[in-house]
Ligand binder design. Structure first.
Ligand SMILES: [Fe+2]
Length: 351
């Protein structure tokens, strides 16, 4: 040790840090001491919400409050690591929304992007910027950032869907804006099916200015998505980690459905026993068909139809199913990719 530069003793260090604090400064060598930054360690926990456990509470909420009063009658899925914070992962909000016959969830818009995945019922619709998308089980509906939207149920039974929003991420960025419409329901000025016709047939209107924003196809009916998976399964061997997995895309860009969130549908064929995998993005899954399990680290979660579970980012996990099973999933992967941060690691078994 150079005698000209003796080490400060602990008391000197502490006094120095206190003086720094008064100047709104911190010492990097103190704040980072002992912190392992070699790879991500999401504080989110693996989590499961069984539909059968939640459904009675949803019914009770239906008796306690009307959709118009609640504005949105949603039971929010809170990650056990973040109680009271209304988020399923670090970046994503998830909840189950119930709209009873004759009810309206009033019109508004906000800077958060919302995904809907219909779990139960038929005969409700979501209106997005003047066009209705009718909702059936398994349909995936996008409400892009800052688009007017309201929901209504014109059937004689309850309709339930999974909402996934980028609310925690948008909040972290201090970019939350919200506005209520002056009427509960917006004016419908485009015929039903207009967006799928214009953008969903593998064609685009000539002169359409491709947008880097959300997909102009805001409704992806389950029948078509499921048929695509089935056709893929007939012609392609399953991926060792993912089975047969397809992403919902923005047809104008070929990229994800929205800039902040992407969604996928995947088929795990009967007997699928997936290899371990991890990626930086965290995902919210909804089981659509069949039963299966996911092993996340030392924990195994068994899931069945309409159950929702979370796989935190960079957590080694593996999917398996004894019968044909279909999973819908949402993650913030588009943000990771746009920022050059996305990574994945596969642990394929060697033959
Ligand atoms: Fe909303």
């Amino acid at each position: 040790m150079n005698e000209a530069a003796p080490r400060a003793d602990d008391a000197d260090q502490t006094a120095f840090q206190q003086r720094l604090g008064a100047l709104n400064l911190g010492a990097l060598w103190v704040g980072r001491r002992g912190v392992d930054l070699s790879q991500p360690k999401s504080p989110a926990a693996p989590a499961l919400w069984r539909y059968g456990d939640i459904r009675p509470s949803l019914e009770e909420a239906g008796r306690l409050i009307r959709a118009e009063e609640a504005f949105r009658r949603v039971l929010v899925m809170e990650n056990p690591a973040f109680p009271g914070e209304m988020r399923a992962t670090q970046t994503l909000y998830a909840g189950l929304q119930l709209v009873l016959p004759g009810e309206i969830a009033p019109c508004h818009r906000h800077s958060q992007t919302a995904f809907r995945f219909v779990l139960e019922g038929e005969g409700a619709f979501t209106s997005v910027d003047g066009e209705r998308a009718w909702m059936r089980r398994g349909d995936f509906i996008v409400t892009p950032c800052w688009s007017w939207h309201d929901h209504a149920n014109e059937s004689d039974g309850p309709v339930v869907w999974l909402d996934v929003l980028d609310t925690p991420l948008v909040g972290f960025l201090d970019t939350v804006f919200r506005e209520s419409h002056d009427r509960p329901r917006q004016t419908i000025d485009r015929p039903d099916g207009m967006s799928p016709a214009r953008f969903g047939a593998g064609m685009l209107p000539v002169g359409y200015e491709g947008s880097r924003g959300a997909s102009p196809v805001f409704s992806y009916p389950y029948g078509r998505s499921r048929a695509a998976l089935a056709a893929l399964a007939r012609s392609t061997p399953p991926d060792a980690c993912h089975g047969l997995k397809m992403a919902y895309v923005n047809p104008a860009t070929g990229g994800p459905a929205t800039p902040t969130m992407g969604a996928c549908l995947q088929l795990l064929p009967a007997g699928f026993d997936g290899a371990d995998y991890r990626a930086t993005d965290s995902a919210v899954y909804a089981a659509v068909e069949g039963r299966g399990r996911v092993r996340i680290g030392d924990e195994t979660i068994e899931w069945g139809p309409n159950d929702v579970f979370v796989v935190p980012g960079w957590r080694r996990h593996a999917l398996a199913a004894d019968e044909d099973a279909v999973l819908f999933s949402v993650s913030e992967r588009p943000v990771h990719e746009a920022l050059g941060l996305w990574r994945e690691e596969r642990f394929d078994r060697q033959g």
